[in-house]
Ligand binder design. Sequence first.
Ligand code: ADE
Length: 250
Amino acid sequence: MKNIGILGAMAQEIDEVKALLTEKTVVKIANREFVVGKIGNVRCVVAFSKWGKVAATITATLMIQEFGVTDLFFIGTAGAMADGLKVGDIVISKRLVQHDLDARPIIPRFELPLLNRTYVDSDPDLTALAGRAVNNLIDKGVKNMVGEEAVKEFNLAPTLYFGDIASGDQFISSDAKRQEILSFLPDILCVEMEGAAVAQVCLEFNTPFTIIRTISDTANHNAHVDFNKFIVEVANAYSRAIVSEIVKLV
Ligand code: ADE
C-alpha cells in the first residue's frame, strides 16, 4: 500500500498541508514533527523539512527509515533562474544538482562524491503525476487557489515548467551570485536549498521522489522582499491545493 511522504520547506506552508490530514498521530523525532494520517483515502506522512541541505537530509532520511514512505514529494518555493520564469510559476524537477558542491581537483565540480554523477533524476511517474495535479489546478483557475486579491497583487498567471533545479546552502539574492551560478549551470530553471539533498537521499534509499517548487522571487536584490510576502500570501494556498490534487491522482 502507498504511504506518501510530503515534505515542505516552510513551516507555514506545511502547516496548511498538515491541516488536511485526518486520523492524525504526531510523532516527534530529532526536533521534527511528523504528522501521520490520511488525506482522502491515501496514507500520508507530512513534515517540515527545515531549511538547507543538511536539515532536509535528516528529515527525508527519517521519512524513509522511520515511517517507511513509498513515495516522497517535496513542495516549496524557489528563486527563478531561467529567463521568462515569473513569480507564481511552478517548476517540477527533472533533475537536481547541488550548485555549491565542489570537490575539485579530486572530482569535477558539482559531481556527487562516490556516486559518479552530477545530476539525480526525479522519478518520471511521480513527476508526471505532479504535473497532472498542477495542470488540473491551473485549468480550474488560480483565483480558486489563492483568492482574487493575491492574484492581482502578484500578477499570478502560473505556467508549469519541467526541468533542472539547483540546490545549495545559500539564499540567492544578488544579480552577481545569480549570474555566477548560471555561468556554470546555464540550463537550470530555479534555485532553492533542499531539493538536491532530498534527491540524493532518495537515490541512496531507492525511493521515488519529485520536487515541486513555486517561484517566489527572481533570486536577485529584490528576492528577500518578494519571498517574505509571497510565503504569507500565496505559497501556503498553493501547497495545500497541490497536495490535495496529488492525492486524488495517486
Ligand atoms: N527559495 C526561494 N527563493 C530562493 C532563493 N532566492 N534562493 C534560495 N532558495 C530560495
